[in-house]
Design a protein around this ligand. Sequence first.
Ligand SMILES: Cc1cc2nc3c(=O)[nH]c(=O)nc-3n(C[C@H](O)[C@H](O)[C@H](O)COP(=O)(O)OP(=O)(O)OC[C@H]3O[C@@H](n4cnc5c(N)ncnc54)[C@H](O)[C@@H]3O)c2cc1C
Length: 363
Amino acid sequence: MLVQTDVCIVGGGPGGALLGYLLAKRNVSVALVERHARIEKEFRGEHLTADGEEILVRHGLFDKVVAEGLLPMAKVEYWKDGRAMEVLFPDEEAGETHMSIHVPQGNLLGAILREAKRLPSFRLLMNTTAKELLRDSEGRTVGLKASRAGAELTIKCSVVVGADGRYSVIRKLAGIPARIKKHGFDLLWAKVPQPEGWEPVIRNALAGDQPISLFTQAGGFIQIGWNIPEDTYPALRKGPIEPFLEKFIDEYPDLEETVRASIKSWSDFILLKVYSSYSETWVQDGVVIMGDAAHTMSPTGAFGINSALKDADVLAELLLRLDLSEPVEAAKLLPFERERREEIDRFHRLQQEKEAAYASRFR
Ligand SMILES: Cc1cc2nc3c(=O)[nH]c(=O)nc-3n(C[C@H](O)[C@H](O)[C@H](O)COP(=O)(O)OP(=O)(O)OC[C@H]3O[C@@H](n4cnc5c(N)ncnc54)[C@H](O)[C@@H]3O)c2cc1C
């Protein structure tokens, strides 16, 4: 099967989905390639900050996401010895009505893709995996080969966008080197039902010298994010879970019942290997990478999703100004990298500073 389009976006995460919508809305023909068959995917960070919210509002998508379901956070708390020692509220004088917002990723993607699918120049290819870049005699990328349910698919286009996440195949196929920086910790995620009367709050505490955070979720759940020293999970898993849970209950005694009822074994946790990545370049003739593919972030501060949305917003504006009737040269894509790299570098530094300063907040 052959598909001809102006822009082929690989990856239907928040970045790729928003980019596809923004381009198709302005009549650019787009094929969005996503390897999963359904949008409800594995466990992800799902908190929108003010930056992400502003982008969705500006593009008329926020109300659509509200209709799918989301939950604004009322406050952020810092806990010690089983009680809140510091509470932060929205800055009402600055017009804030909430802290961050929890949006299940299925709801965010569902809302964006539902709007995109109404547009005649948008084509969504689910269950389709990008495998190989197609290049012309001058070495410019002019499309890709993908597989869909065992069948080969060729997509010809003027630019391939790698929005395919932290393990980006497009970045690897393009031969763009990326430096990895470890942060000294990994993260265990778990999800437990909220007890009766639970408020929409983000809580932070320290168990020993490791942060444990709680993120209230839409739909009646609490997401637990628990830092553990890097690479220690295999050894931890060999021991009993009970002493580990005791540490949690010492910090958050009001959650003892729900935690004991929901976390019975190590299999109730999901491990996230934490690192950030720094790609040598984000552009090449006929290729641009964005979001986690270009700059994986650590989970600290929920910069990942929000940065991917911002990349999409900026890249869409640039692509709309370019001639997409032929392969787009790297030099023409470079303004996107120039505009976004500075902020991403700043966020990467900010994450490291926040991580280093976290423990001092509890002294
Ligand atoms: C377990 C986990 C927990 C996280 N926790 C947080 C958090 O707490 N806070 C935070 O801000 N961020 C967190 N993140 C990161 C956050 O989810 C990402 O920063 C954000 O989703 C980036 O969006 P993206 O669109 O760039 O990439 P992604 O959301 O990763 O989307 C990439 C998409 O590309 C698809 N894809 C990959 N390869 C191919 C291929 N070859 N062909 C077709 N499709 C392909 C994938 O299926 C996926 O849908 C977490 C990520 C993970 C994995």
